[in-house]
Design a protein around this ligand. Structure first.
Ligand code: FUB
Length: 338
Protein backbone atom coordinates (compact mmCIF):
# COMPACT_ATOMS: atom_id res chain seq x y z
CA UNK A 1 0.00 0.00 0.00
CA UNK A 2 1.22 3.51 -0.82
CA UNK A 3 2.72 5.43 2.14
CA UNK A 4 0.04 8.18 1.97
CA UNK A 5 -2.75 5.57 1.98
CA UNK A 6 -1.16 3.95 5.03
CA UNK A 7 -1.07 7.32 6.77
CA UNK A 8 -4.73 7.91 5.87
CA UNK A 9 -5.78 4.48 7.23
CA UNK A 10 -3.91 5.26 10.46
CA UNK A 11 -5.69 8.62 10.83
CA UNK A 12 -9.11 7.02 10.15
CA UNK A 13 -8.41 4.40 12.84
CA UNK A 14 -7.31 7.05 15.33
CA UNK A 15 -10.38 9.19 14.59
CA UNK A 16 -12.64 6.17 15.20
CA UNK A 17 -11.00 5.53 18.56
CA UNK A 18 -11.15 9.14 19.80
CA UNK A 19 -12.26 9.52 23.42
CA UNK A 20 -14.45 12.52 22.52
CA UNK A 21 -16.10 14.23 19.57
CA UNK A 22 -15.79 17.80 18.28
CA UNK A 23 -18.03 20.14 20.29
CA UNK A 24 -19.10 21.93 17.09
CA UNK A 25 -18.72 20.72 13.51
CA UNK A 26 -20.09 23.59 11.38
CA UNK A 27 -16.89 25.64 11.85
CA UNK A 28 -13.32 24.78 12.82
CA UNK A 29 -12.34 25.84 16.35
CA UNK A 30 -9.10 25.53 18.34
CA UNK A 31 -7.18 26.71 21.41
CA UNK A 32 -10.21 26.53 23.73
CA UNK A 33 -10.19 28.74 26.83
CA UNK A 34 -13.14 27.53 28.90
CA UNK A 35 -14.76 29.39 31.80
CA UNK A 36 -17.88 28.99 33.89
CA UNK A 37 -19.82 32.27 34.11
CA UNK A 38 -23.28 32.29 35.77
CA UNK A 39 -23.23 28.48 36.01
CA UNK A 40 -22.87 28.08 32.24
CA UNK A 41 -19.84 27.00 30.20
CA UNK A 42 -18.33 29.52 27.78
CA UNK A 43 -15.54 28.52 25.42
CA UNK A 44 -13.34 31.18 23.86
CA UNK A 45 -11.58 29.42 20.96
CA UNK A 46 -9.62 30.45 17.90
CA UNK A 47 -11.79 30.27 14.75
CA UNK A 48 -9.74 28.29 12.23
CA UNK A 49 -10.13 28.99 8.53
CA UNK A 50 -8.23 28.04 5.41
CA UNK A 51 -6.77 31.41 4.45
CA UNK A 52 -4.92 29.83 1.51
CA UNK A 53 -1.50 30.68 2.99
CA UNK A 54 1.31 28.11 2.40
CA UNK A 55 2.49 26.09 5.44
CA UNK A 56 5.69 27.15 7.23
CA UNK A 57 7.32 26.82 10.68
CA UNK A 58 6.17 30.36 11.50
CA UNK A 59 2.54 29.23 11.41
CA UNK A 60 1.62 31.80 8.76
CA UNK A 61 -1.05 29.35 7.53
CA UNK A 62 -2.95 30.00 10.79
CA UNK A 63 -4.61 33.04 9.19
CA UNK A 64 -7.57 33.47 11.53
CA UNK A 65 -9.67 36.65 11.27
CA UNK A 66 -12.29 36.58 14.02
CA UNK A 67 -13.56 34.99 17.22
CA UNK A 68 -16.81 33.13 17.97
CA UNK A 69 -17.83 32.29 21.55
CA UNK A 70 -19.29 28.82 22.08
CA UNK A 71 -21.66 28.25 25.04
CA UNK A 72 -23.03 25.11 26.70
CA UNK A 73 -25.57 24.78 29.51
CA UNK A 74 -23.86 21.62 30.80
CA UNK A 75 -20.90 19.54 29.73
CA UNK A 76 -23.17 17.15 27.75
CA UNK A 77 -25.58 19.63 26.24
CA UNK A 78 -25.51 20.91 22.65
CA UNK A 79 -23.02 23.69 22.02
CA UNK A 80 -24.27 27.03 20.71
CA UNK A 81 -22.18 29.18 18.38
CA UNK A 82 -22.98 32.78 19.32
CA UNK A 83 -21.66 34.27 16.06
CA UNK A 84 -18.86 36.73 15.45
CA UNK A 85 -17.73 38.23 18.77
CA UNK A 86 -14.82 40.28 17.40
CA UNK A 87 -13.33 40.68 13.89
CA UNK A 88 -9.77 41.78 13.09
CA UNK A 89 -11.20 44.60 10.93
CA UNK A 90 -12.63 46.13 14.12
CA UNK A 91 -9.30 46.16 15.95
CA UNK A 92 -7.44 49.36 15.06
CA UNK A 93 -3.96 48.14 16.00
CA UNK A 94 -4.20 44.58 14.59
CA UNK A 95 -3.32 43.44 11.08
CA UNK A 96 -3.87 39.66 11.05
CA UNK A 97 -3.67 36.27 12.79
CA UNK A 98 -6.21 36.38 15.58
CA UNK A 99 -4.66 33.47 17.53
CA UNK A 100 -5.56 31.82 20.84
CA UNK A 101 -7.65 34.12 23.08
CA UNK A 102 -8.87 33.98 26.67
CA UNK A 103 -11.58 35.79 28.63
CA UNK A 104 -12.24 37.10 32.12
CA UNK A 105 -15.19 38.51 34.06
CA UNK A 106 -15.09 41.37 36.55
CA UNK A 107 -17.72 43.77 37.93
CA UNK A 108 -20.39 43.06 35.29
CA UNK A 109 -18.02 43.25 32.29
CA UNK A 110 -16.45 40.52 30.16
CA UNK A 111 -12.94 40.93 28.80
CA UNK A 112 -11.67 39.13 25.70
CA UNK A 113 -7.87 39.07 25.77
CA UNK A 114 -6.33 38.14 22.42
CA UNK A 115 -3.10 38.20 20.41
CA UNK A 116 -2.66 39.40 16.83
CA UNK A 117 0.13 40.67 14.64
CA UNK A 118 0.33 44.45 14.58
CA UNK A 119 0.98 46.42 11.40
CA UNK A 120 4.76 45.81 11.79
CA UNK A 121 4.23 42.04 11.93
CA UNK A 122 4.94 41.79 15.68
CA UNK A 123 2.52 39.88 17.91
CA UNK A 124 0.96 41.90 20.73
CA UNK A 125 -1.95 41.30 23.08
CA UNK A 126 -5.14 43.33 23.11
CA UNK A 127 -8.28 43.59 25.24
CA UNK A 128 -11.89 43.94 24.06
CA UNK A 129 -14.83 44.54 26.41
CA UNK A 130 -18.50 43.52 26.42
CA UNK A 131 -21.51 43.46 28.74
CA UNK A 132 -22.19 39.89 27.61
CA UNK A 133 -20.00 36.76 27.83
CA UNK A 134 -20.75 36.09 24.16
CA UNK A 135 -19.95 39.60 22.91
CA UNK A 136 -19.89 41.45 20.63
CA UNK A 137 -16.69 42.83 22.15
CA UNK A 138 -15.35 46.34 21.57
CA UNK A 139 -11.58 46.41 21.22
CA UNK A 140 -9.38 48.97 22.95
CA UNK A 141 -7.69 51.20 20.34
CA UNK A 142 -4.17 50.10 21.38
CA UNK A 143 -2.73 46.78 22.53
CA UNK A 144 -1.73 46.29 26.18
CA UNK A 145 1.36 48.46 26.75
CA UNK A 146 4.45 46.27 27.06
CA UNK A 147 2.68 43.14 25.75
CA UNK A 148 4.24 40.80 23.19
CA UNK A 149 4.08 37.27 21.78
CA UNK A 150 0.96 35.05 21.85
CA UNK A 151 -1.44 32.83 23.80
CA UNK A 152 -2.63 35.05 26.67
CA UNK A 153 -4.30 33.20 29.54
CA UNK A 154 -5.94 35.22 32.31
CA UNK A 155 -6.09 33.66 35.76
CA UNK A 156 -8.14 35.09 38.64
CA UNK A 157 -6.67 34.25 42.02
CA UNK A 158 -8.78 33.77 45.14
CA UNK A 159 -7.88 37.28 46.38
CA UNK A 160 -9.42 38.81 43.23
CA UNK A 161 -6.07 39.58 41.53
CA UNK A 162 -5.85 38.80 37.81
CA UNK A 163 -2.65 37.62 36.12
CA UNK A 164 -1.96 37.40 32.40
CA UNK A 165 0.33 34.55 31.28
CA UNK A 166 1.62 34.59 27.72
CA UNK A 167 4.33 33.59 25.27
CA UNK A 168 5.09 31.11 22.54
CA UNK A 169 8.26 30.28 20.63
CA UNK A 170 8.84 29.92 16.84
CA UNK A 171 5.93 31.78 15.13
CA UNK A 172 4.93 33.20 18.51
CA UNK A 173 8.17 35.27 18.50
CA UNK A 174 9.05 34.81 22.21
CA UNK A 175 12.66 33.96 21.22
CA UNK A 176 13.06 37.50 19.83
CA UNK A 177 12.57 38.98 23.34
CA UNK A 178 14.89 39.14 26.36
CA UNK A 179 13.86 41.12 29.46
CA UNK A 180 10.75 42.33 27.57
CA UNK A 181 12.83 43.94 24.77
CA UNK A 182 12.63 42.92 21.10
CA UNK A 183 15.79 42.32 19.13
CA UNK A 184 15.59 40.69 15.70
CA UNK A 185 19.03 39.16 16.34
CA UNK A 186 17.81 37.18 19.37
CA UNK A 187 17.28 33.44 18.82
CA UNK A 188 16.37 30.43 20.96
CA UNK A 189 18.96 29.40 23.58
CA UNK A 190 21.32 26.51 22.75
CA UNK A 191 20.20 22.96 23.65
CA UNK A 192 22.29 22.88 26.86
CA UNK A 193 21.09 26.31 28.03
CA UNK A 194 18.00 27.13 30.11
CA UNK A 195 14.82 27.08 27.98
CA UNK A 196 12.83 30.28 27.58
CA UNK A 197 10.04 30.49 30.13
CA UNK A 198 6.50 31.78 29.76
CA UNK A 199 5.83 35.35 30.87
CA UNK A 200 3.45 36.65 33.56
CA UNK A 201 2.18 40.09 34.54
CA UNK A 202 -0.42 41.10 37.10
CA UNK A 203 -3.24 43.08 35.48
CA UNK A 204 -4.53 46.50 36.50
CA UNK A 205 -7.86 46.74 38.37
CA UNK A 206 -9.68 47.65 35.12
CA UNK A 207 -8.12 44.60 33.36
CA UNK A 208 -7.02 46.77 30.44
CA UNK A 209 -3.26 46.95 31.13
CA UNK A 210 -0.39 45.23 32.90
CA UNK A 211 0.10 46.58 36.41
CA UNK A 212 3.81 45.67 36.42
CA UNK A 213 6.76 44.77 34.21
CA UNK A 214 6.20 41.27 32.83
CA UNK A 215 8.40 38.60 34.44
CA UNK A 216 9.76 35.33 33.05
CA UNK A 217 8.55 32.19 34.85
CA UNK A 218 10.92 29.38 35.82
CA UNK A 219 9.95 25.76 35.19
CA UNK A 220 12.19 23.44 37.20
CA UNK A 221 12.89 19.72 37.22
CA UNK A 222 12.51 17.58 40.36
CA UNK A 223 16.05 18.61 41.46
CA UNK A 224 15.29 22.33 41.28
CA UNK A 225 17.21 22.86 38.03
CA UNK A 226 15.59 24.86 35.23
CA UNK A 227 14.44 22.81 32.22
CA UNK A 228 16.88 23.06 29.31
CA UNK A 229 16.13 24.12 25.76
CA UNK A 230 17.10 20.67 24.47
CA UNK A 231 14.55 18.99 26.76
CA UNK A 232 11.88 19.16 24.03
CA UNK A 233 9.59 16.65 25.77
CA UNK A 234 9.21 18.95 28.80
CA UNK A 235 10.26 22.51 28.03
CA UNK A 236 7.71 25.31 27.45
CA UNK A 237 6.68 26.04 23.86
CA UNK A 238 3.25 27.82 24.01
CA UNK A 239 -0.34 27.56 25.33
CA UNK A 240 -0.06 28.74 28.95
CA UNK A 241 -2.89 27.98 31.36
CA UNK A 242 -3.12 28.30 35.15
CA UNK A 243 -5.62 26.76 37.52
CA UNK A 244 -5.62 26.20 41.26
CA UNK A 245 -6.19 22.85 42.92
CA UNK A 246 -6.06 22.29 46.69
CA UNK A 247 -4.18 25.55 47.24
CA UNK A 248 -1.45 24.86 44.65
CA UNK A 249 -0.95 26.67 41.35
CA UNK A 250 -0.89 24.39 38.30
CA UNK A 251 0.83 25.87 35.26
CA UNK A 252 0.06 23.80 32.13
CA UNK A 253 1.41 24.29 28.61
CA UNK A 254 2.21 22.72 25.27
CA UNK A 255 5.67 21.36 24.40
CA UNK A 256 5.00 22.27 20.74
CA UNK A 257 7.26 20.20 18.51
CA UNK A 258 6.87 17.13 20.78
CA UNK A 259 3.09 17.70 21.06
CA UNK A 260 2.47 17.09 24.78
CA UNK A 261 0.31 19.09 27.16
CA UNK A 262 2.38 19.09 30.37
CA UNK A 263 2.04 20.72 33.76
CA UNK A 264 4.17 22.02 36.59
CA UNK A 265 3.11 22.86 40.16
CA UNK A 266 4.03 25.84 42.36
CA UNK A 267 3.10 27.85 45.45
CA UNK A 268 2.78 31.29 43.84
CA UNK A 269 1.16 32.63 40.65
CA UNK A 270 4.68 33.78 39.66
CA UNK A 271 6.18 30.32 40.08
CA UNK A 272 8.67 28.76 40.16
CA UNK A 273 6.77 25.69 38.98
CA UNK A 274 8.14 22.16 39.26
CA UNK A 275 7.50 19.86 36.32
CA UNK A 276 4.93 17.22 37.30
CA UNK A 277 4.04 15.26 34.15
CA UNK A 278 1.83 15.04 31.08
CA UNK A 279 -1.87 15.81 30.95
CA UNK A 280 -2.51 14.96 27.29
CA UNK A 281 -0.62 12.78 24.84
CA UNK A 282 -0.25 13.98 21.20
CA UNK A 283 -3.38 14.61 19.15
CA UNK A 284 -3.99 14.39 15.39
CA UNK A 285 -2.51 17.60 13.97
CA UNK A 286 0.69 19.47 14.86
CA UNK A 287 -0.53 21.82 17.59
CA UNK A 288 -1.92 20.99 21.01
CA UNK A 289 -3.57 23.68 23.14
CA UNK A 290 -5.94 23.35 26.07
CA UNK A 291 -7.61 24.82 29.12
CA UNK A 292 -8.69 23.29 32.42
CA UNK A 293 -11.98 24.18 34.04
CA UNK A 294 -14.12 22.91 36.93
CA UNK A 295 -17.86 22.41 36.37
CA UNK A 296 -20.29 20.67 38.75
CA UNK A 297 -17.40 19.42 40.93
CA UNK A 298 -15.62 17.69 38.06
CA UNK A 299 -12.49 18.85 36.26
CA UNK A 300 -12.39 19.02 32.48
CA UNK A 301 -9.68 19.38 29.88
CA UNK A 302 -10.77 21.36 26.83
CA UNK A 303 -8.41 20.64 23.93
CA UNK A 304 -8.40 20.35 20.16
CA UNK A 305 -7.37 17.98 17.42
CA UNK A 306 -7.55 17.90 13.63
CA UNK A 307 -9.82 14.85 13.39
CA UNK A 308 -12.75 16.63 11.70
CA UNK A 309 -10.48 17.87 8.88
CA UNK A 310 -8.79 14.43 8.76
CA UNK A 311 -5.42 15.76 9.84
CA UNK A 312 -5.19 19.28 8.35
CA UNK A 313 -3.10 20.95 10.98
CA UNK A 314 -4.65 24.45 10.87
CA UNK A 315 -8.27 23.16 10.69
CA UNK A 316 -8.90 21.97 14.22
CA UNK A 317 -11.89 21.16 16.45
CA UNK A 318 -12.45 21.74 20.14
CA UNK A 319 -13.18 18.71 22.34
CA UNK A 320 -13.61 18.09 26.05
CA UNK A 321 -12.74 15.19 28.37
CA UNK A 322 -12.78 14.74 32.14
CA UNK A 323 -9.45 14.70 33.99
CA UNK A 324 -8.79 13.11 37.36
CA UNK A 325 -6.28 13.75 40.12
CA UNK A 326 -4.41 11.32 42.31
CA UNK A 327 -4.15 11.68 46.10
CA UNK A 328 -0.73 13.39 45.73
CA UNK A 329 -2.22 16.04 43.41
CA UNK A 330 -0.77 14.63 40.20
CA UNK A 331 -3.04 14.46 37.15
CA UNK A 332 -3.67 11.22 35.26
CA UNK A 333 -2.45 11.45 31.65
CA UNK A 334 -5.18 11.33 29.02
CA UNK A 335 -4.77 9.38 25.80
CA UNK A 336 -6.93 11.19 23.22
CA UNK A 337 -7.43 7.92 21.30
CA UNK A 338 -8.14 4.52 22.84
O1 FUB B 1 -3.97 28.81 16.86
C1 FUB B 1 -2.74 29.39 16.51
C2 FUB B 1 -1.65 28.89 17.40
O2 FUB B 1 -1.56 27.47 17.30
C3 FUB B 1 -1.88 29.13 18.87
O3 FUB B 1 -1.62 30.44 19.25
C4 FUB B 1 -0.96 28.12 19.43
O4 FUB B 1 -1.12 27.89 20.79
C5 FUB B 1 -1.25 26.92 18.57
O5 FUB B 1 -2.37 26.21 19.03
Amino acid sequence: MHQNNLKQVKIEELIDSAISKPIVTHIYTADPSAHVFNNKIYIYPSHDIDAGIPFNDNGDHFGMEDYHVISMDTIDSDAVDNGVALHVNDVLWAEKQMWAPDAAYKNGKYYLVFPARNKRGIFQIGVAVSDSPTGPFKAEPLPIKGSYSIDPAVFEDEDGSFYCYFGGIWGGQLQKFRNNKYDEANELPKANETALGPIVAKMTDDLLQFAEEPKEIKILDAFGNPLLEGDNDRRFFEASWVHKYKGKYYFSYSTGDTHFICYAIGDSPYGPFTYAGRILNPVIGWTSHHSICKFDDKWYLFYHDSSLSKGITHLRSVKVAEITYNEDGTINTLNPYK
